[in-house]
Write a protein that binds this ligand. Sequence first.
Ligand code: GDG
Length: 487
Amino acid sequence: MAKRLSGRLIVVSNRLPYYKDADSAGKPTWKRSPGGLVTALEPIIREINGLWVGWDGVFLKHDHSAKSEIRSASHLGIPGTRKDYKLLPISLTRKEIEKYYSQFSNNTLWGLFHYFFEKSSIDYSSWEIYKKVNEKFALSISKVAGEKDYIWINDFHLLLCPFFLRRINPKYKIHFYLHIPFPHVDIFSTLPWGRELLDSLACCDSLGFQHPQYMKNYQGVVQELGAGRKPDRLSGKPAEDTKPFTYVNPISIDFDKFDKTSRKVRVKKRKKELIKQNNYLKMILGVDRLDYSKGIKQKLLGIEKLLDTCPELAGEFCFYQLAIPSRESVAAYRSLKKDIDELVGRINGKFSTGTWHPIQYMYTSVPFDELIAFYSAADIALITPLRDGMNLVCKEFVASHSDNDGVLVLSRFAGASMDLKNSLAVNPYSIEDICKALREALAMPGAERKRKMERMRENVRTNDINVWFDKILSVFEYTEKEGESHV
Ligand code: GDG
């Protein structure tokens, strides 16, 4: 697919799709990085033998100047990779990870961009290190990138990278895709460094968003605060020319992979086991990184309300929440984990009988086939983030239901709600709403479930990850042509 581009595609993200770790015996090993960005992008970049730049999970003992050594994924010993699939590892010090990643990216920016003021702290020293690490990425990239290459930066950890790259070479082709929401101007303008972020985004040739509202928010910010400016001394261009081409392109999944996996004999067998293990009760499923933006506490309270208001449902269903450990070095995440542990204990304590517990809570990640077995065994998926750029889990649930059955309860504030109109839409802040939707989902007749699921499957099938990536490539081509016509 990327063959149609005239240069090489260089994907840049905070982490490489694999990171170095140790197995239980202390032997060094590569593990797959968690989260939606890697799930979505890795199969594509692997397929086209792209070059991926990111942190490799290694802590440097001392701060070195940026090293740039492209390595073949297979030579690094990453299982199942070919030698043409290339990685450019960026190593960072423990302090850099603490300040740039845990503090500034995952605390200040993540909180603010997901509309959580109270979780977003303002810390000047973290900002300084965020700048420094973004510059480090840019320097490493500049050592391997040519003017014909397409430098495609992904996500909020690297918002300043376009600025540093543009400063190094005004002719680079720089594109940016934001996987998370972009906040309204009232929220964005509270950030003391908003100006610098806008200046950097102005250095991009294109800027992609998950949802029309996020693009509108960015445009609103630009309208009120002014478009960012490329450093004049470098471009010599007037400010009007520095606006990036903005577009909306909702990310998706590899529908066929989920659909096919759900039809595998092994997965079907496991699905049956899970159903049996659940005593053939209705299974409600939640799958989320353990993150406050995912609304896990509110879901649990919704389950409690359901049992309080409909006691006849006790013993009729079980809620499985799979919570994937995430960002454990950030205080807000540790405290959330504690709250959830307590809430699960309290609700189970309140309603459990000798033979039945309403909540099965698993704080772990599971292998891919096991995840698909869970998706396909579940009667209802309860996916109610308080705010989410897109949310891939709900699309994966739909793609894994090759039996055309199952109900999706979905937050209005997930980007995916725009596409999945046949879900039951809820306000995730309203416990009452969650409870009502669960009642409706549990009582929904088979024919209605089938009709809704078929429509959702058709939507995800026809708007899969290949359609998304194809649009990205079209944008690269389009902006290039536009650029040429201005010369
Ligand atoms: C960010 C944005 C946007 C989860 N548990 C297991 C597992 N997963 C995989 C899922 C899914 C991914 O993790 C989570 O993706 P999401 O999209 O739901 O959420 P974020 O990680 O927050 O992703 C989000 C995304 O980027 C892409 O642009 O949609 O809005 O926040 O793919 O399958 N995978 C395995 N075992 C698990 O236990 N194997």
